[in-house]
Write a protein that binds this ligand. Structure first.
Ligand SMILES: [Zn+2]
Length: 170
């Protein structure tokens, strides 16, 4: 995934301004030929293009940066640079918000199967698990997801608001 650019524009303003989207950028020359441009200012095919994650304000800056690179490399003037939204990105860090239960007791598995057994507890809601088998110590250390704090439909049914309309800049 492409690098995320943090700018002042990302740290203030309305919620809409903080929404991050996946962007692709094109430059259009004076013959109306539109070209997809990568992060180095080079032409890139759609299948190879990496989406850039950014807020709208950051995307505007990135679009200008790529257009400048393109102009330098091509020794040509860009008539128009366009940022195309490929859709919204879920809240930053949402993948890290999964609540995990941590091991409170462990030992060797007395039965057939994986080598260890362990019990886990969630520090948030206090739920304690049954004995669970584990193949490795690392697996035990990572813990397991808390079934109470991570309801299965938590994220799956969340719909991004609005459409994916591309924004354009002259
Ligand atoms: Zn919990």
């Amino acid at each position: 995934m492409s690098e995320q650019i943090e700018t002042e524009a990302a740290s203030g303003g309305s919620l809409e301004r903080l929404v991050r989207r996946r962007w692709l950028y094109t430059v259009t020359d004076w013959n109306d030929d539109e070209t997809l441009v990568d992060e180095n200012g080079d032409e890139v095919f759609r299948d190879d293009a990496k989406e850039h994650i950014a807020t709208d304000a950051e995307a505007a800056i990135e679009a200008d940066r790529r257009a400048d690179l393109w102009e330098t490399k091509q020794d040509a003037l860009v008539a128009r640079v366009t940022r195309h939204s490929q859709g919204i990105v879920s809240a930053p860090g949402s993948a890290d918000r999964v609540r995990r239960m941590h091991m409170v007791d462990t030992g060797p598995n007395q039965y057939v199967g994986p080598a260890y057994v362990a019990k886990y507890r969630c520090t948030r809601c206090g739920t304690e698990s049954e004995w669970q088998t584990a193949r490795t110590i690392g697996e035990i250390r990572r813990g397991i997801q808390c079934p109470k704090c991570n309801p299965p439909n938590d994220k799956a049914h969340r719909q991004p608001p609005g459409g994916n309309g591309g924004a354009q800049k002259k």
